[in-house]
Design a protein around this ligand. Sequence first.
Ligand code: NAP
Length: 277
Amino acid sequence: MIDTAAKPILILGGTGKTGRRLVDRLTAQGLPVRIGSRSGTPHFDWEDDTTWEPALDGVGAVYISYYPDLAVPGAAEAVGAFANLAVASGVRRLVLLSGRGEIEAQRAEEMLKASGADWTILRCAWFSQNFSESFLLDPLLAGEVALPVGTVGEPFVDADDIADAAVTVLTRQGHVGQLYELTGPRLLSFADAVAEIGKAAGRDIRFVRISHAEFTAAVAGYELPAEFAWLLNELFTEVLDGRNEALTDGVERVLGRAPKDFSAYATETAGTGIWSD
Ligand SMILES: NC(=O)c1ccc[n+]([C@@H]2O[C@H](COP(=O)([O-])OP(=O)(O)OC[C@H]3O[C@@H](n4cnc5c(N)ncnc54)[C@H](OP(=O)(O)O)[C@@H]3O)[C@@H](O)[C@H]2O)c1
């Protein structure tokens, strides 16, 4: 076990899908954490680099979860600038949450490595929790998910597994300089995933494949921030082209156990009532 007791671990995105789970786990182990987000103290904002140094003050390590997504242009430069500042401030241990098959995310990984940090990269598949804690929740509640994606298989990974992996690499020896690709244990199409959720929730939920033009029009109608609308289009047009249609052993390598299956996620999450109408 690494002695991190003296200094807090800064969790960027510490109220988000993986960060919140990581904060809970570290806190349960009695380890001090500092949440790095716009609602944290001191507050941290990716859009305002004057907030970065105060957030880094006195911390021992950082979990870097960028917002909104490493696929966004400029994300790599922001992560690189943050990593350089961290190292210059004496905070060498940096763990980056990254994404598979995204050019900009892989550029961010290279920027992290170039900073001279003691780095670890968790390069993840699509999170299962996008169906319950993000933009897919509302369509599921409405009973129809319409996306510009066909039968391509995605190995959805559970945010609980990512948080468990983050705890391990942050608190145990032997993970510096390692890149772990984290996927779930099974390839599912988006139609498969929606069907599993419908079954677990006991509801009739349709999946409809739409064209990219229809999707663009629909996203515009949701009144989402412009960069989020751009991001969704990017992910569905560029990243879901089959390049990530493969399973990896990353969860097994870090945790010594199999990743959580999507059906377990669907059953557990249905039990919370979040998909009930
Ligand atoms: N979602 C996926 O399927 C997926 C897959 C692979 C990789 N990733 C990567 O994971 C990272 C996080 O994505 P996510 O979907 O899981 O998001 P998330 O962590 O759920 O995002 C929400 C978090 O970001 C914080 N936040 C929002 N705006 C911020 C800002 N301007 N400055 C600082 N913090 C801000 C929020 O706190 P406040 O509101 O308090 O600021 C909250 O803690 C992204 O870099 C993405 O590339 C995601």
